[in-house]
Structures are given as C-alpha cells and as structure tokens.
Design a binder for this molecule. Structure first.
Ligand SMILES: [Zn+2]
Length: 250
C-alpha cells in the first residue's frame, strides 16, 4: 500500500510526534489487526484503529445489534437494531477511510475456523464476551507466536493485557489458570458504558504502542482500573510453572 501525500496530511498530527514520525506512521498503516468481538470493547477499539491510520482491519462477530447494546457499543444507533454488527462496522470503517481493507468474519470463532481467521493478522485484539473464546484465542496465539492484546470488562472494572508471544511472556492462563465456572459477562453482571470506552481505547493504545515499539513497557503486564474510584494499576504478571510446562504444548 502506497503512503500518499493525502495519508501524510491526514496523519500529520501523529507524524510530528518524534516517537512516531513518518517511519512509525508507515508501520501503523501496514499493520494487520484483527478485532474479535464488535461489542463494548470492539466498537471504540475499531474507531481508534481506523482513525490512527491502520489500513488492514479484520472484524469477527456473529451477532446482530440489540437495543440493550447501545449504552456502550458506540458504532450503533437505534436504526441498526437487528442488523449484523460486522456489516455496520465495515460501513463505518470505509466511511472513516476508504483505503482501509476490511475483512469481515460473520461467525463465532471456534477450534475449526480459528486458523483461517487469525493467520493473516499480526496483532490480535480479543474483546469477546465469554471465557471459552478467550482461552481458545489465548492458546492459539501462543502456539502461533502472535501478539495478543486482550481486554475484559465487568461492572465498573476493566483489565487490559498485552501478550507478545514472539517473546517468552506470561499468558492468560498464567493470570487465570482455570476457566471460572460461573460465566460473568455483561449479560448477567451489567456494565458501565464508560468502562467499555476506556478499556477499548486502552486496547487500541496498546496496539499502537506495540507497532511503534514492540518492546514497550506493557509487555507481560496488565492494567487494572476501576471507574468509580479512578484507580489505575499496572501489574506485572509472571509465567506460572504449570504454564511453562503446559502452554508450550498447546
Ligand atoms: Zn501461561
């Protein structure tokens, strides 16, 4: 993809940043980023990926828009209720920048299809709403040495992870070894809209940071925040012994 004069003008405010520059902006443009789940996290994430200049974006979601999504899923309006989320996401991405190559996967990610969906992308963003998908994506990215930027939200809390599996870093199983028995997602727990916005935006921020500097300081760490107390913490994760033994075999 050619970096045109138009691209230069459009992204000028980033290009003048010394840590980005023209080289960084070209890296951003040609990165291939996959977003799993066009929900509370995926919506702000997709917008910021597109607006910051990424020109190759994949979106995975099998679902249609529901009225109860609208408090946090900011790509959608009431007239979208009942429509496929991936279709609306594609339309909006093209509106933001017609140069963006959008790949839509209107399906639930599974053991059978994960390879064909993920393999073409460099950075995988997990914003899914269930633990089965989270563990599946974690294990697959680990096996294929992908970069996984994952986020999870519930009530007033958000967690953001940056796993670069090209290096020996911890994974989701090091943080949460077993799948919790009671599924806690926004369906049952409730979610504050701004928590989704902050977590999705932080996820986009990690994507950009990783593109411009793969050795950024979040590697192998997580961010935990609470929106009621405005408390933000950066927590170092360590590889569990069990994981060192098991994860490499997955
Ligand atoms: Zn692990």
């Amino acid at each position: 993809m050619i970096f045109t004069n138009q691209d230069f003008k459009r992204n000028y405010k980033q290009i003048v940043l010394k840590k980005i520059g023209i080289i960084g902006q070209k890296k951003i443009q040609k990165s291939k980023v996959l977003v799993i789940g066009v929900g509370g996290l995926g919506c702000p994430l997709i917008m910021y990926l597109a607006n910051s200049g990424i020109c190759n974006i994949g979106v995975v979601d099998h679902d249609k828009v529901d009225l109860s999504n609208l408090n946090r899923q900011i790509l959608f309006t009431p007239k979208d209720v009942g429509k496929l989320k991936v279709d609306i996401a594609k339309k909006i991405l093209k509106k933001i920048n017609k140069k963006i190559k959008v790949s839509c996967f209107q399906k639930k990610i599974s053991k059978q299809n994960i390879e064909e969906i993920i393999s073409k992308f460099d950075i995988i963003c997990d914003g899914s709403d269930n633990f089965e998908t989270r563990y599946l994506v974690n294990d697959f990215c680990l096996k294929k040495k992908k970069i996984l930027i994952s986020a999870a939200i519930s009530k007033f809390d958000g967690h953001i992870f940056n796993f670069n599996f090209k290096k020996k870093t911890p994974c989701l199983r090091c943080f949460m070894p077993e799948m919790p028995s009671v599924s806690n997602n926004c369906e049952s727990e409730g979610i504050m809209s701004t928590v989704a916005g902050m977590a999705g935006t932080l996820q986009a921020n990690e994507v950009i940071n990783t593109i411009i500097n793969p050795n950024n300081t979040m590697k192998g760490k997580m961010i935990a925040f609470n929106s009621l107390t405005s408390n933000f913490r950066k927590i170092k994760l360590s590889r569990s012994l069990k994981c060192i033994k098991d994860c490499s075999k997955r």
